[in-house]
Design a protein around this ligand. Structure first.
Ligand code: ADP
Ligand code: MG
Length: 247
């Protein structure tokens, strides 16, 4: 692999007696899509949280373009270009009650209102371009609440892309979607990863989606890396078949 965009080395995290993540190393190249799979409780979400600084590691390193970002707060990591998809509902749920009322007050402040109008001159064009990239330009004037679930997921992807990430972390992006839509969302993600040269790490339970849209697959089991390779390599590992694929 050429210089990886994102690299994790010997990451470890315990919760009490549980080794949630135990000596995990991985690397992501530009434009590459890596799927992390493993049963519930395998440590996938904790890995994501360690990668973007949401959770502090007990040991190990995270590097972005070769630069150490271990221990940086999530906001800094996000600024450096490590994006994460969040559910649209969660975005609004993350505002405090005070912030919610402040948003209402914003509309009364003349100076802020002028700033907002100025921003509105160039932002709609950029927003429309992002919506076009995720195939949602047709819905620009709709309210999010009226969209089908699969379409909301595309809007979430556009929101994540707005920060122009070089790495995008997607924890269960297709949860709750119909089988057909899952494949479509990950096909779109893979295509965007290629064109933007953005690295993607995602978790997914649907093995058809994993083996259809990931360049490489990492299997996590009880916090440890059980296998790591191309879909074909990983599928061929007897240990993976025994523990995970049940073949
Ligand atoms: P996955 O995403 O693969 O389902 P998680 O990373 O969510 O797995 O969880 C891995 C293990 O760590 C589980 O045993 C889980 O109960 C535990 N765990 C995760 N987060 C916490 C937490 N904040 N406090 C205590 N235990 C946790
Ligand atoms: Mg999880």
């Amino acid at each position: 692999m050429s210089q990886p965009v994102l690299e994790a080395e010997n990451l470890a995290k315990r919760f009490g007696g549980v080794r949630a993540v135990d000596d995990v190393s991985l690397a992501l190249a530009a434009g590459e899509v890596l799927a992390m799979i493993g049963p519930n409780g395998a440590g996938k979400s904790t890995c994501f949280n360690l990668l973007n600084g949401q959770v502090r590691a007990d040991g190990g390193h995270v590097r972005l373009h070769g630069r150490e970002i271990t221990g940086l707060p999530p906001r800094k990591v996000w600024r450096l270009g490590v994006g994460r998809t969040f559910q649209v509902a969660a975005v609004f749920a993350s505002m405090t009650v005070l912030e919610t009322v402040q948003v209402a007050l914003l509309s009364r402040d003349r100076r802020l209102w002028r700033l907002w109008r100025r921003a509105n001159r160039h932002m709609p064009g950029r927003a429309r371009e992002l919506l076009r990239q995720v195939g949602m330009d047709w819905a620009a004037e709709r309210t999010c609440g009226t969209l089908a679930y699969g379409d909301v997921k595309r809007v979430e992807l556009a929101i994540a892309l707005a920060n122009d990430p070089t790495v995008l972390l997607m924890d269960e992006p297709t949860a709750g979607m119909a089988a057909e839509e899952r494949g479509q969302l990950m096909a779109l993600t893979q295509q965007i990863a290629r064109t933007r040269k953005m690295a993607v790490l995602f978790t997914e339970h649907d093995m058809d989606v994993v083996f259809g849209h990931a360049d490489r697959v990492l299997v996590l089991h009880q916090g440890r890396v059980l296998a790591h390779g191309t879909p074909t390599e990983v599928r061929g590992e007897p240990e993976v078949q025994r523990v995970y694929l049940g073949e």
